[in-house]
Ligand binder design. Structure first.
Ligand SMILES: O=C(O)CCC(=O)C(=O)O
Ligand SMILES: [Fe+2]
Length: 209
């Protein structure tokens, strides 16, 4: 019986990405493909997807994606002027949280789900630097479905933009000074894309009320 590890297997741990002013780590196949397909279908069906509306320059628009916010009691999240209703943890989300906590060695008390229905859905340039996330937020980002490109641009200095392909079953950990120095986006695509679900596990400081 051979006990030699398969040299072509993707590494089973988070690998640091060489991006300055940030602590970024990535794992390609955190979940294997067959499990990804089942998890995608379950998340798609179980999630109470919402179409939020946001105000930009005085005009109200549909957000170009569907979302759902889940968290422990007392976690509230406000961004772009909207406060999200907090839904309870489902068994699936609880299991994903446990797996992500074990892999990253961090605790999370909430998760934002984004559904990109096709190539037209996107998230614009932003930093996840809301005050309730603390000074150096630790955010674990899990992706299922179509591969989308995750772009980074530095906020203060000239640095080539960074592009990370977030593949089915991949896990990206964003930590350190990342949210202070970089913005990120998932742009619309010019070629057809199937649906993609992204989950960002976060730790927000509970506030009374
Ligand atoms: O979909 C992604 O990979 C990122 C989503 C994101 O940046 C966010 O929800 O804050
Ligand atoms: Fe973000």
């Amino acid at each position: 019986m051979s006990v030699t590890p398969d040299l072509f297997e993707a590494p089973r741990q988070l690998e640091p990405l060489a991006v300055p002013d940030a602590d970024l780590r990535f794992m390609h196949a955190f979940y294997p493909p067959d499990e990804c397909a089942a998890l995608f279908a379950t998340l798609m069906a179980e999630t109470p997807w919402r179409q939020e509306r946001i105000e930009v320059w005085g005009k109200v628009h549909d957000q170009p994606r569907l979302t759902s916010w889940h968290g422990d009691a007392g976690t509230r999240y406000t961004y772009s002027g909207i406060t999200l209703d907090t839904c309870p943890w489902t068994p699936t989300l609880t299991r994903l949280r446990q797996d992500v906590e074990a892999a990253t060695g961090q605790r999370y008390n909430s998760v934002l789900l984004n559904l990109y229905r096709d190539r037209h859905d996107s998230v614009g340039w932003h930093s996840d630097n809301e005050r309730e996330l603390g000074g150096e937020p630790v955010i674990a980002s899990l992706s299922f479905g179509a591969t989308r490109s995750f772009r980074l641009r530095h906020r203060e200095r000239l640095h080539a933009p960074v592009n990370i392909s977030l593949t089915d079953g991949s896990l990206l950990l964003m930590a350190g000074a990342m949210q202070r120095h970089w913005q990120h986006a998932v742009p619309k695509e010019s070629r057809e894309k199937g649906p993609r679900i992204n989950l960002t596990f976060r730790r927000i400081q509970p506030r009374p009320g």
